[in-house]
Design a protein around this ligand. Structure first.
Ligand code: PLP
Length: 392
């Protein structure tokens, strides 16, 4: 990459007619990819074995390695994170109402709705962006059967406090850990909390298998049940012993996973380097960078800035200015699940109890990271943000 030239004044900004800072667009959630040659060797192996799906050897190896990585007993691989959520919800026999944050990817809410369960949105903590246990408490009714905590940005939801609420009311607790591959809570790896935790291996995630997902749990019976459910309830040929669906992961997806597992260190190192560079640059800016607890393991896959009221320019103006420079920063989870279909029509007044959710959804910008980005390019992104924040 060429030596990067910082912009000197507002008139150099692309939005004011200057040249875009980057020739190639910088994407949020650009796929992290391991070694292509290693992947092709797995492809040869798959062709030689003629074993394409149905709990093949590569899926089994991947499950073992992911379980070991998270120091958890079971990893049940699935075709994607949403089906993994649905299977987990079914396996836990949730019914009636389940409490979850509105500030999450729409799949968390859809997975419940698709199972004819009413998603009940509870507010979040404006600092951690995760469920507020006191807000959860307020939403409990006689119909409530469970709570889904979301480890947003890889920052763990308040596990202990949510577990205390769940225990007090006899509710099931599970986690949407789609962002939290390789992350920890109080020193213990994600996957060990609640009844189970659901990962997504979608292309944009820290770790991907093209499409994929898994449920992590220490519960033998629950794991066995989910293994049946992901394969139509088959227990051996001709013998269906459980209701089920098709949630199976293919061998080609598992191959991608194995290659990407070997590359995890490289991605983590790049994400961490970029995050630290962002942190350094943000020290001088009147905007907040979402801070991770230094004592925990994290994947730094999401670089999250918050544009507060003190800013002279709005969040959306900053996003527009960044896009003009080819920095494809994104608003995330805006405007919140409760403002999207079908939930907007089903619960038109949900927003009244979701003030922190609305606040955060209006403030967040997710910035690009990953191993295509250098520290120099991070500086230039921050330079653009800084110039935009200068008062007119
Ligand atoms: C990505 C994601 C999902 C869905 O996972 P898929 O593998 O895309 O189905 C669910 N919840 C959250 C928070 C996510 O980010």
């Amino acid at each position: 990459m060429d030596k990067i030239q910082l912009k000197k004044s507002k008139s150099d900004l692309a939005i004011n007619g200057g040249a875009p800072a980057f020739q190639q667009p910088l994407h949020v959630g650009r796929p992290n990819m391991g070694d292509k040659a290693a992947f092709m060797r797995y492809v040869d192996q798959i062709f030689d074995n003629r074993w394409l799906s149905n709990n093949g050897p590569l899926v089994q190896e991947l499950e073992q390695r992911i379980a070991n990585y998270h120091q958890v007993k079971h990893c049940v691989a699935m075709c994607n994170g949403t089906i993994a959520l649905e299977i987990a919800i079914r396996a836990l026999e949730l019914t009636g109402e389940v409490i979850l944050p509105s500030y999450t990817f729409i799949a968390t809410a859809h997975a419940l709705h698709w199972q004819e369960i009413t998603p009940v949105f509870a507010d979040i903590d404006p600092v951690t962006h995760c469920l507020d246990p006191e807000a959860v408490r307020k939403m409990i009714t006689p119909k409530t059967t469970g709570i889904i905590g979301v480890h947003l940005w890889g920052h763990a939801a308040p596990v202990n406090d949510l577990q205390a609420v769940a225990d007090e009311y006899g509710l099931q607790l599970l986690f949407d850990a789609a962002h939290a591959f390789g992350c920890s809570y109080q020193g213990q790896m994600i996957g060990n909390f609640g009844r189970c935790e659901v990962l997504s291996f979608h292309a944009t995630k820290f770790f991907n298998t093209f499409e994929g997902g898994a449920v992590l749990t220490n519960d033998d019976e629950l794991a066995e049940k989910m293994r049946l459910m992901r394969n139509f309830g088959f227990a051996g040929m001709d013998n269906v012993i459980h209701p089920g669906t098709n949630g199976k992961m293919t061998e080609i997806c598992a191959a991608m996973g194995l290659v990407n597992l070997d590359n995890l260190g490289v991605v983590l190192e790049a994400n961490r380097r970029n995050y630290l560079a962002y942190q350094q640059e943000f020290a001088d800016l009147p905007v907040r960078l979402f801070a991770f607890d230094e004592r925990e393991r994290k994947n730094y896959q999401y670089v999250v800035m918050e544009v507060g009221e003190v800013c002279p320019v709005s969040r959306d103006e900053i996003v527009k200015a960044l896009h003009a420079e080819n920095v494809l920063a994104r608003r995330y989870f805006w405007p919140g699940c409760h403002n999207m279909k079908p939930f907007k029509e089903l619960f038109p007044h949900a927003g009244l109890l979701l003030q922190n959710t609305q606040l955060v959804a209006d403030r967040v910008i997710v910035l690009p990271t990953g191993n295509a980005m250098t520290v120099e390019s991070v500086r230039l992104v921050c330079n653009i943000i800084s110039l935009n924040l200068e008062s007119a």
